[in-house]
Design a binder for this molecule. Structure first.
Ligand SMILES: *Cc1c(COP(=O)(O)O)cnc(C)c1O
Length: 484
């Protein structure tokens, strides 16, 4: 069973939590007992990525049968452009875990290629026949990955809201050209936090929920507030570890560090779940861009969102309210009341300070750092010139943070979350005179670096724009009603 972070007496099966997305009181579903979730590390060696995912998901998706998990996983990782799925590459003193080989070229595919299968299975298990309306707020990559994962999946519809000026040119092109009979995309006049808050408000809007029900729909979420988004991400931490062991870079049981480019705190939280399931992670480093609210929290114990929101070159991390941080507190032994209290302070006052006890526990495992755009660009350029390895802006934020921290002689793994070509408008001018548009920019970046353009991105230029809606935050509800 999973518990609600804000009220441990509210319990939900894993399949039920995947269907609901968020708990009725706004809390998030979380596993708390890891005693039956321990993974035997030596059994992970030599496995393919799907085999690893099946082993790791079995204890996490506890009310799914082995066969159900196996069928879901076999259907999920078929559209990756590297047969290793999550290759690990040595770059300088660090290992880069490439998580961008899926169809939308960002790590979100690891969860969102699988989630539709988990949801369909969960519906069947729970005897649910309503259609699911997946509402998603995106800082750029979740939207496209959700659209691609759920397109034409029977019994589902997807609406994606993205911040009008808060995503890269290529991210926007990916979304507005999305095909599929059950998908809608809408720009929001505001930033990602506005979109995310707007979506959370819609979930809690009783009038809208009953209107939906009358038309045979219930809401669900494809954001990382959904446990079905987190669980699949745990697998690649184990897979990276097994890859290091197979390469002789460590012996089974030795510690390892991970540095994770972080926005909503979902990816790094999956790393912490891996640790609780027996992966010997020494430290997890949370890497932020100029929106460094998490760096401050992890160093001071005070979370304060009352600050300037910056639009950076790593837009998928332009977030001031990191939803998944809430899940960390119960995992660090905070009570439900304590957790709910912090979240109430955040929404009422815009900040909170955790207890000394909680702060101490968190800093035992988590380190933090940030890189502004200037440092990010310098890192991309320097690493390319020295190692001939091209990173995207999000990966470079993490690489810069990994370089600044002491890894105490243990292997240091940096998670690479997107293809550089998703952010070519920002990266290309580092290498050549600024190109006239994003398509010329991709071509120029390819000429300068020799790194091939992924076919899904190269083909975007010729696709038709199918989604042009743009609304203010207060019009999101009307938009949902209009497309029903
Ligand atoms: C979503 C995203 C992140 C941040 O991941 P969280 O789970 O939100 O912390 C980092 N990099 C890229 C490219 C992303 O799309």
């Amino acid at each position: 069973m999973l518990v609600d972070t804000r009220d441990f007496t509210r319990r939900e099966t894993v399949s039920g939590a995947i269907l609901r997305g968020i708990a009725p009181d706004g809390g998030l579903y979380l596993p708390v007992d890891f005693s039956k979730k321990q993974i035997e590390l030596s059994s992970m060696l030599g496995l393919s990525y799907p085999e690893t995912a099946k082993k790791v998901l079995a204890p996490l998706l506890e009310d799914f049968t082995e066969q159900e998990i196996s069928d879901c996983v076999d259907a999920a990782y078929t559209r990756f452009d590297d047969e290793r799925i999550a290759p690990l590459v040595k770059v300088g003193d660090h290992y880069v875990l490439e998580l961008f080989h899926g169809p939308t070229k960002a790590f979100k595919d690891f969860a969102l290629q699988l989630l539709p299968h988990l949801i369909t299975t969960a519906k069947r298990k729970n005897g649910k026949t309503e259609n699911l309306l997946i509402l998603t707020a995106t800082s750029g990559d979740t939207g496209k990955a959700a659209l691609e994962g759920f397109r034409d999946v029977p019994g589902t519809g997807v609406i994606v809201f993205y911040p009008e000026d808060g995503v890269s040119d290529v991210q926007k092109a990916q979304m507005v050209t999305q095909e599929g009979s059950n998908v809608r995309v809408c720009a929001i006049k505001g930033n990602f936090d506005d979109a995310q808050t707007g979506v959370k408000t819609l979930f809690a809007d009783e009038e809208l929920v009953s209107e939906l029900k009358a038309r045979g729909y219930v809401f669900s979420s494809a954001n990382s507030i959904n446990f079905g988004r987190l669980a699949p991400q745990v697998a690649y931490y184990f897979h990276a570890y097994a890859t290091l062991a197979e390469a002789g870079a460590l012996r089974v049981g030795d510690p390892v560090d991970f540095t994770v480019p972080t926005g909503n705190f979902g990816d790094i939280l999956a790393g912490y779940l891996a640790f609780r399931m027996g992966l010997p992670i020494r430290r997890l480093f949370c890497a932020s861009n100029g929106n460094n609210v998490l760096t401050d929290f992890l160093t001071t114990g005070t979370y304060d969102r009352r600050r300037t929101f910056y639009k950076t070159a790593s837009p998928s991390m332009d977030i001031l309210v990191s939803s998944n941080l809430e899940r960390l507190f119960p995992l660090m032994n905070a009570s439900d009341k304590e957790t709910a209290g912090y979240l109430r302070l955040l929404s009422e006052n815009g900040f909170y300070t955790v207890s000394d006890e909680l702060k101490r526990k968190i800093s035992e495992k988590f380190g933090a750092g940030f890189a502004d755009d200037e440092k990010t660009f310098a890192t991309i350029k320097r690493v390319f010139e020295k190692e001939r390895y091209l990173m995207d802006t999000h990966t470079a934020v993490a690489y810069a943070v990994a370089e600044e921290n002491d890894h105490a002689g243990v292997p240091s793994v940096v998670l690479s979350t997107a293809s550089p070509y998703k952010f070519s408008s920002a990266i290309q001018p580092l290498f050549r005179e600024k190109a006239s548009d994003e398509w010329a920019g991709m071509e120029s970046l390819r000429e300068a670096t020799g790194v091939p353009i992924p076919k899904e991105l190269a083909g975007l230029r010729d696709k038709k724009v199918l989604h042009t809606a743009s609304v203010g935050r207060e019009e999101m509800k009307a938009f949902v009603l209009s497309v029903l």
